[in-house]
Design a protein around this ligand. Sequence first.
Ligand code: GCU
Length: 672
Amino acid sequence: MPLTVPVLPVGIDPAWLPPEAFRPLGSRRTLVQGAGPLVDTVHGEVAYACGQFGGEVVRNAADDAYDLVLRLARQTAADAGVLGSIGDLGDEGFAYERADETATVTAVGQRGLLYGLFHVVRLGEDAFRGARAREVHRPASALRMLDHWDNVAVHPVMGQVERGYAGGSLFWRDGGARGEWDRVRAYGRLLAACGVNAVSVNNVNVHETEAHLLTDRIDQVARIAGALRPYGIRTHLSVTFAAPVVLGGLSTADPFEGAVREWWAEAVRGVYSAIPDFGGFVVKADSEGQPGPFTYGRSHADGANLLAAALEPYGGTVHWRAFVYDHRQDWRDRTTDRARAAYDHFAPLDGEFADNAVLQVKHGPLDFQVREPVSPVLGAMPRTRLAVELQATQEYTGQQRHVCWLGPMWSEVLRFGPHGDGGASVGESVRGLVAVSNVGDDPFWTGHPLAQANLYTFGRLAWQPGRDPHGVLDEWIGLTFPSAPERLVGGLHAVLDGSWRTYEKYTAPLGVGFMVQPGHHYGPSVDGYEYSPWGTYHFADRDGIGVDRSAATGTGYAAQYGKPWAEVYESAATCPDELLLFFHHVPYGHVLADGRTVIQHIYDSHFEGVEEAEEARRVWAGLADLVDPAWHARVAERYEEQVRSAREWRDQINSYFLRKSGVPDARGRTIY
Ligand code: GCU
């Protein structure tokens, strides 16, 4: 009987770790060497697998012949030689090699050993074949975090999970901790297998009940932290900037007031006595109605540094979000441009943030649209620790009812060079990656089973931002469908690879942005936000469409970029077509690089997008004999909705623009 070790859970049974979460490997004897709670986790993983499927694991034994050695190297004379030749592994890195029939993982930090175990799992049988020269793996950055927008109490509008499409919260239910610690632990395991090491457990919009997590409800957070800790996940909390007023009864939350500083210092002391390895705070301030330093005439650096100072003695970090803009704008006022806001607020503060403050910047200037340029903030603050915020939860990309694998989009952001080809890419220059979580209590974790690929891809890109996302997808397929025949692998690639572009085609191509139904953001409503205060307009009229964000004649947003991008985006002639309507207002007859007019492109892409969604549904139907029936049925059911919704988008958008422009479809297809 071969030894087995775990792979990603692909579904949940009452024990949270179904047999499919484990995979036989070709090893029989494993040695786990080292001491500490995460080494215990590693040992427990292997021991559990041996108990299920056979094999043997020993702990801290003398040298002998083993198939797999998982070793926490100490700085002893015996290890010094090995470590010297490996180089700095840090807390999370590991080395893997195979010689003399033994595969060896060496780590210095306990997290590194855990990631090394999951590396062996990913390699599968290959981990035990032939000799393999030493490979050294280290994450590109130490911050790889998921932000849950989970509410403790069900919010009357936003529900238990704001923008959640995978059922209820894993952590909270009906106003209190949910208390299913085994499930939380299984979640930690899933995240560690992806490479994620931090979680924020509540919504950035901090309502009243949730504000209390910081003080009198911290014990509930401590329980969650306790369940995640064995997998190396550090717990974070979203807090309200007004906490000294709301919780402390002070008359002010002004960062320059001594009493306010003392209040935060005391609150943080309480947090760390409950959770000694607490990660820090996430703060949405002066944004969409959340309180912030502007109330007191202070800057965002003043606000962030207040919390950073309180966290500093304990090694905590404040994650300050850059999503700050005027959400009460007058749509008649063309001089205000929401896209400019983050840069205008934050770029002048470069260098003013404390060392333990991270500025968390959404990847685009607006709000997680299917296509946006990369935020200019990411190239404008070299003296500030920046993190990129991505949205795994598919608020604007099909709400986990549509297949939309976001790997290629995220990879484009991470490979973007704010200063052109010669300079560092976003992925190379930021301090970390954060994603808004797409996970809930759904049996498939993510509502749409194929949305698991987004979670996994996020974790792997956070570990190595320069990676080809298609390689990551291969990995996810291999782990989720072990021994899948070629037809299944091909089918999964066929429905996932191009799904982001398909979604873009039938919704909002050419970078036009917001055309969703207001509030819940699902389905088309071309003018849903056009006459609203939210600052997300497309300005379509009978002659043309798009927002002039040039410096010469528009809002000046294009000038927030460095070279070469400021020039590239400034002119409609050089701006990439996929972003044309984001940067320029053009006539419907404007000719794109491929020779088609804008109006014809709108028609064509909507027809094409629907055809691609229909084709994906057909491909999926043909995989029924190869996929677990429950999985297959869930995805098939969602494809029905995706195709229905895609047709709705096509028909509304095409009819709208035919009526506005009066230009018929050159190919004479049905437009209503
Ligand atoms: C979007 C989303 C909100 C969320 C906000 C944020 O606007 O619709 O639900 O609160 O982003 O990122 O803070």
